[in-house]
Write a protein that binds this ligand. Structure first.
Ligand code: FES
Length: 104
């Protein structure tokens, strides 16, 4: 029904900031630190894990307001934040997703 809350069934819903303020932004942008590459690799890594259908979602997000500590990501439902990520931190995030799916 329109406007009613729905219950999400994701065991792991990861948001990775891919915000881009452009080269002259007043604050850093996660995009310029390689967050799109990280997001794409994490998504591919999660796909390889073959998690149960509908249990995981990996999303781009707009600014999470921790720009000076980018790349930034947050994993729900636990609300676990990751800061100062590098584009190579793929395994760290895939492992966090896996732990959430397994309820660890
Ligand atoms: S641009 Fe990524 S947290 Fe602000």
């Amino acid at each position: 029904m329109k406007g009613n809350p729905v219950e999400a069934n994701y065991k792991a819903h990861l948001f990775i900031c891919t915000n881009d303020r452009g080269p002259n932004g007043k604050r850093p942008s996660c995009c310029h630190a390689g967050s799109q590459e990280l997001r794409d690799q994490v998504k591919a890594g999660c796909k390889e894990k073959n998690f149960p259908k509908g249990s995981v979602r990996i999303n781009n997000s707009d600014c999470l307001d921790r720009c000076e500590n980018g790349i930034v990501a947050v994993l729900y439902p636990e609300g676990r934040w990751f800061t100062n990520l590098k584009p190579t931190d793929v395994n760290l995030l895939v492992q966090a997703v896996e732990e959430a799916v397994k309820g660890k």
